[in-house]
Design a protein around this ligand. Structure first.
Ligand code: FAD
Length: 308
């Protein structure tokens, strides 16, 4: 269904009433990996995601692999694809090439991001002159100006605040980022996906602020990461600067922390409860839940099938 596949996430969102999910994948390194992932993605279409997204390596490091996976998925899965695109330290020609190739492959949704410097480097201040993009908002403006309505554009948000400046002693502050999120929405962003979080209260506070200060009805997707192992859960939360509430931590007593199956099954319960609570306490205003899959299938299939 070509028409459905080239719909914007904005329109898809408003057309669907009951709660739904969306799924993020990253491009595998090898061809075999890509083949295996395509099979898994095919199976996961049974979970009826509204859309899937494919990540992009900052600086264009995965450009070919991302474009290959995104185009393949767009053309074979019967699910609209949203490609991530980062802009800092990236020549305009790379951005133009990526956008043109997306458009030619039928992809109509782009998640416009800034990206991070490679570990150990700090190129934000010493940006190459070839890149006209400093912040994500520059990319949103560029896509809207150069491509008009050809692309539906999403942006990132941080319910607990973006971590920039932590090294210099600045605390994460959602209010600081809200100003820049507003700027991205005013530049034409059509939907918003959040960083992963486990603290529902923090998300709900953020959602209220977002509705009050930015938009009553713009699609806002909470980003969720299933808990696949105790170690990875901690690592992902730390990397994403997401806090883990004590009530969640206490569900993993020391004797089960190394039992991956037990951890996974508790993790599934936690995610189901989290989704329920968000859905109910926002009176259904939040109806789409975005999963950082890490290219894994099982936990998400369980969360979806066991959700009431
Ligand atoms: P921006 O919105 O530009 O914000 C970056 C920082 O700058 C924030 O601290 C903000 O407060 C500040 N800021 C913004 N505008 C201004 C301004 N005008 N003046 C001063 N300060 C300002 N990274 C990848 O490399 N590839 C991916 O595929 C990818 N996918 C992601 C998907 C999601 C849903 C999320 C939440 C993040 C993703 N990231 C990805 C990570 C992202 O690139 C980083 O978090 C990055 O540090 C910020 O990107 P942004 O688009 O939010 O930046």
């Amino acid at each position: 269904n070509l028409y459905f596949q080239s719909m914007s996430i904005r329109d898809l969102y408003h057309a669907r009433a009951s709660p739904f999910i969306s799924l993020e994948f990253f491009p595998p390194k090898t061809e075999l990996g890509t083949r295996n992932l395509m099979e898994r993605m095919h199976r996961m279409t049974a979970l009826d995601p509204l859309f899937i997204t494919v990540t992009w390596g900052a600086g264009g490091t995965t450009a070919e692999k991302t474009l290959t996976l995104a185009s393949l998925a767009q053309q074979t899965l019967n699910i609209p694809v949203c490609m991530h695109l980062t802009c800092t330290n990236t020549e305009k020609a790379i951005i133009d090439d990526a956008l043109d190739r997306c458009y030619n492959a039928g992809i109509r949704n782009i998640l416009a991001l800034r990206g991070d410097p490679p570990i150990g480097e700090d190129w934000l201040d010493s940006q190459s002159n070839e890149s006209p993009f400093k912040y994500a908002v520059d990319l949103v403006r560029y896509i809207k100006q150069s491509y008009g309505d050809k692309f539906c554009v999403g942006v990132a948000a941080y319910p607990e605040g973006h971590c920039e400046g932590e090294a210099e002693g600045h605390e994460q502050d959602p209010l600081k980022d809200l100003v820049y999120l507003k700027e991205k929405v005013e530049a034409g962003a059509d939907f918003v996906i959040t960083q992963l979080f486990y603290d529902v209260e923090k998300f709900l506070t953020f959602e209220m602020l977002f509705r009050e200060r930015i938009s009553q009805d713009l699609p806002l997707f909470p980003g969720l990461m299933p808990i696949n192992s105790y170690l990875l859960f901690h690592r992902a939360a730390k990397l994403s600067h997401a806090s883990i509430p004590p009530a969640i931590l206490s569900r993993f007593p020391p004797e089960i922390q190394s039992d991956d199956n037990a951890v996974k099954s508790i993790g599934v319960d936690i995610l189901i409860e989290l989704i329920q609570e968000i859905y109910q306490r926002t009176s259904g205003r939040i109806k789409g839940f975005h999963f950082y899959t890490l290219n894994l299938e099982k936990a998400i299939a369980q969360i979806v099938s066991q959700s009431p």
